[in-house]
Design a protein around this ligand. Structure first.
Ligand code: NAD
Ligand code: UGA
Length: 468
């Protein structure tokens, strides 16, 4: 019976996932640990607006369970020692150097977690891969755990381990709901008892028919496959958005007519500025790397195309913006709405706004950013990872009031589908802009029939230019 859980990694997955487990399993004690002391401090913050992750519904749950059966701690070793189940929920980015750079997952943090578990665990421990991992990583974890066992010959503590794969399918922005009402819970493993223990944990709130079990490799591969399929749908609809713009078809009508076929489905058919987020690109690269490793070149090429179309869509939108502003945006004021990679999250990793902003800065544009959940500091930190921001400090600013920020703006670009951008008084805003003024709706959220005014040009993804 699992009664004490340790989750290694207090990020976008570890934090919300353990919060929901704590809420649904009040008798289980949960410690979420992280090497990043600042993050732990933020999770423990009295002011719930300072939690490191913004997710609808998260603050309310944290209030309910924190310091009751959910704890955020930096005492990693002790929490591992006391746990009978340990979730590894650390970051698994793409390697930036060495063999497989730009393609393979960097398993540095997973390996460090496994070593720390093997050093500190006590008795029998179920080790659960929550991070998204290349197929056969469980073998690496098992090997690290068993090697340490032999080295130390620590009979007194009588250490033993079962390794399971239990990938997470939550999407940011809907994480709490996804965790409370998952489409399925996947458990991969070869130890029947350990699988049963983990299954019992989920049975506290998940219907038994939704909990499926597979072998370890199927489980690891299913996670990569699910993300690849989702990303593939976005690249598919984005490719069609370009045809719509060229032909006069309307992407929303095409998506609806296509998605109403129950074999296709309506979800994940929203055209936009290309998918962002920390996972789709990395997980497909991972899949492609796997294909190359197993000499499946054609399969790798097929999946790589999903990323290529994504990059093409991003670049296509950038070019459309510059061309419509007479090919010259030097010294022009451009208001950018949205920096998070999607609405309802403060996560900016791989946000399509990053690349676009850098391209516009290189053209000497003056950028004013707005985002309801992302601060100017976070925006600057994110841009700094990809460019020498010193060169552009005079070209960037942040505003919290959209109406003030639109004064004399030459263009507004909607990059994130925050609800409030649909609700602003577009007529009021566009009146304040310098003429000829443009709104580029890269998310297709504006109801054009309502905001069409005398003096505004609009471009919308999958619709093209709508002039008055
Ligand atoms: P994240 O970067 O937000 O969080 C990871 C945390 O792990 C960081 O806070 C880091 O400091 C900590 N960490 C790293 N090494 C550690 C160690 N040795 N000991 C203790 N803490 C350590 O990452 P995330 O978005 O939560 O993603 C985690 C994993 O889950 C990834 O593999 C990702 O692919 C997968 N995933 C993410 C999502 C998502 O929506 N973000 C959804 C499903 C799956
Ligand atoms: C995605 C998957 O949806 C989750 O199931 C998975 O667990 C997670 O990746 C992961 O492994 O990290 P997430 O990246 O948080 O979740 O968010 P999504 O809703 O999938 O959006 C990803 C990107 O695609 C965003 O930039 C979003 O704006 C874009 N998108 C999504 C579209 O452009 N159109 C759509 O129709 C849907």
């Amino acid at each position: 019976m699992i009664s004490n859980i340790c989750c290694i990694g207090a990020g976008y997955v570890g934090g919300p996932t353990m919060t929901v487990i704590a809420d649904r399993c009040p008798n289980i004690l949960i410690n979420v640990v992280d090497t990043n002391a600042e993050k732990i401090k933020a999770w423990n913050s009295e002011d719930l607006n300072k939690l490191p992750v913004f997710e609808p519904g998260l603050r309310e749950l944290i209030k309910k369970v924190r310091n009751k059966n959910l704890f955020f701690s930096s005492d990693i070793d002790l929490c591992i020692k006391n746990a009978d189940a340990i979730f590894i929920s650390v970051n698994t980015p793409i390697k930036t150097s060495g063999l497989g750079a730009g393609e393979a997952s960097d398993l540095k943090w997973v390996e460090a977690s496994a070593r720390r578990i093997s050093e500190n665990a006590n008795g029998h421990t179920i080790v659960i891969e929550k991070s998204t991992l290349p197929v056969r990583t469980a073998k690496v974890i098992k090997e690290i755990l068993s090697t340490q066992e032999i080295y130390e010959n620590d009979n007194e503590r009588n250490k033993s381990f079962s390794v399971l794969s239990n990938p997470e399918f939550l999407a940011e922005g809907t994480a709490i709901k996804d965790l409370q009402e998952p489409d399925r819970v996947l458990i991969g493993g070869d130890d029947k008892n350990a699988i049963l223990e983990l299954k019992k944990l989920y049975l506290n709130w998940v219907d038994k028919h939704k909990i499926i079990t597979t072998n370890l490799w199927s489980s690891e591969l299913s996670k990569l496959t699910a993300n690849a399929f989702l990303a593939q749908r976005i690249s598919s609809i984005n490719s069609i958005s370009a045809i719509c713009e060229a032909t006069g078809a309307d992407i929303k009508e095409v998506a609806k007519a296509t998605g109403l076929d129950s074999r296709i489905g309506l979800k994940f058919l929203k055209a936009g500025p290309g998918f962002g987020g920390s996972c789709f690109k990395k997980d497909i690269l991972n899949l492609v790397y796997l294909c190359k490793y197993f000499n499946l070149r054609q399969v790798g090429d097929f999946w790589e195309q999903v990323i290529k179309i994504n990059e093409w869509q991003r670049n296509r939108i950038y070019e459309i913006i510059v061309k419509n502003l007479f090919g010259n945006i030097s010294d022009k004021k451009i208001l950018i709405l949205g920096f998070s990679f999607k609405a309802n999250t403060n996560d900016t990793r791989e946000s399509p706004t990053i690349g676009l902003s850098i391209n516009l800065l290189k053209e000497n544009a003056n950028l004013v950013f707005h985002d309801p959940q992302v601060s100017f500091d976070q925006i600057k930190n994110e841009l700094e990872k990809f460019t020498d921001l010193q060169k552009y400090t005079n070209q960037i600013s942040f505003c919290s009031n959209l109406y003030n920020a639109s004064d004399y703006a030459d263009a507004i670009i909607i990059m994130t589908e925050w609800k409030e951008y649909e609700l602003v008084d577009w007529e009021k805003i566009t009146k304040k802009m310098r003429k000829p003024s443009w709104v580029f709706d890269a998310r297709g959220i504006l109801d054009i029939s309502k905001i069409r005014t005398e003096n505004i040009n609009i471009w919308q993804v999958g619709n093209g230019v709508i002039k008055n």
